[in-house]
Design a protein around this ligand. Structure first.
Ligand SMILES: Nc1ncnc2c1ncn2[C@@H]1O[C@H](COP(=O)(O)OP(=O)(O)OP(=O)(O)O)[C@@H](O)[C@H]1O
Ligand SMILES: [Mg+2]
Length: 322
């Protein structure tokens, strides 16, 4: 199948500052590409170029075979863009916002209205239909913004950090909306700072750092690179160490590591929750007391640390994702 999005050697310089340093990727139609990266990686820059809002310094970017720089109008009619910061009109109601966007998109009045109501229902905003966007919460604005980007039934949708700043419940809701879009056959390019989000939604992932792709593949592939999940046990009694190691060695995929100061014993595992259960049962049978038990999944920080040798800027958003 042809790629819905095709990018080759894309470069964007702001003076001496290189925002994109020659990136290439393709997104097959009907799939989701996750673009993962810390602040300043170049995610928004790549999205803006693809959405025809920014001209690349060099390289090629195409949507359904159309060059975004040369065929901007045609490209615009096929895409939906939701920016990192919601672009809704504060003084219009949710319904009016959608109706306006529909009219701007060229829909007849009746059609724009029908579509507005349809999208409000789809994004659980019916109850706030006649409230001005000013009175919407951050999560509601995000939903309204995405709804607006879908007015013209775009075949390709760009979502720039759709869940940054949302509470966990709204985040899960947003994931469901995005999954529904995928079911409809929409091609999606999604940027995020959360590995978990890319994990849930993306068919393939590219990891951007300082304008370059430093890794790509499926979520499993990336996690395997950082060593997968780890089981952690904190022993009550340090003298149980050897027996605990004996139990964990066959369960883990590497040798258990022990930290004497914290009495913490950790091991990488392949089966996550199943391995955790197995280890717990055996520890209990052996009468080994533990203060704390956990299954630690690699997060974006682990991916970055492992891939680049430097951590992401430990900002609040990334901390919160742990
Ligand atoms: N208008 C601009 N002028 C100069 N430099 C810019 C401009 N916009 C972005 N940059 C720089 O380009 C680089 C990439 O920025 P970009 O906004 O694409 O990152 P990002 O991955 O979207 O980050 P974030 O997660 O914070 O949204 C950064 O170094 C940024 O400082
Ligand atoms: Mg950005």
């Amino acid at each position: 199948m042809a790629n819905a999005i095709e990018v080759e050697n894309l470069v964007l310089r702001y003076g001496k500052n290189v925002a994109l340093n020659g990136i290439s990727f393709g997104v097959p139609e009907g799939t989701v590409l996750g673009v993962l990266g810390p602040n300043g990686a170049g995610k928004t820059t790549a999205v803006r170029i693809l959405a025809t809002l920014l001209q690349a310094t060099s390289g090629r970017a195409e949507v359904f075979g159309l060059d975004v720089a040369k065929k901007a109008n045609e490209v615009r009619s096929m895409i939906g863009l939701t920016g990192q910061f919601a672009a809704v009109d504060e003084y219009l109601t949710g319904y009016e916002n959608l109706e306006m966007v529909g009219r701007l998109f060229g829909l007849k009045k009746a059609e724009a209205r029908r579509r507005a109501d349809e999208l409000l229902a789809r994004f659980d905003l019916e109850y706030a239909r006649d409230r001005t966007a000013k009175q919407y919460s951050g999560g509601m604005r995000r939903r309204l913004d995405i709804a607006a980007s879908l007015i013209g039934r775009p075949r390709v949708v760009f979502l720039d950090e759709p869940t940054t700043g949302l509470d966990p419940r709204s985040r899960i809701g947003m994931w469901e909306f995005i999954s529904d879009l995928v079911k409809d056959g929409t091609t999606i390019l999604l940027t995020t700072q959360y590995l978990e989000e890319a994990d849930r939604l993306a068919d393939s992932i590219i990891v951007l750092d300082k304008g370059s792709i430093i890794a790509e593949g499926t979520a499993d592939h990336l996690k395997a690179q950082v060593g997968g999940e780890r089981l952690e046990f904190v022993l009550i009694d340090a003298s149980d160490r050897e027996r605990a190691e004996k139990i964990l060695t066959p369960i883990g995929v590497d040798a258990p590591a022990y930290d004497a100061q914290t009495r913490r014993i950790t091991v990488s595992v392949g089966e996550g929750a199943d391995d955790l259960t197995e280890a717990l049962v055996q520890m209990k049978q052996a009468n080994i007391g533990v203060v704390d038990v956990g299954l630690r999944r690699p997060n974006l920080d682990d991916v970055f640390l492992s891939l680049t040798g430097h951590a992401t800027e430990a900002d609040a958003a990334v901390e919160e994702a742990k």
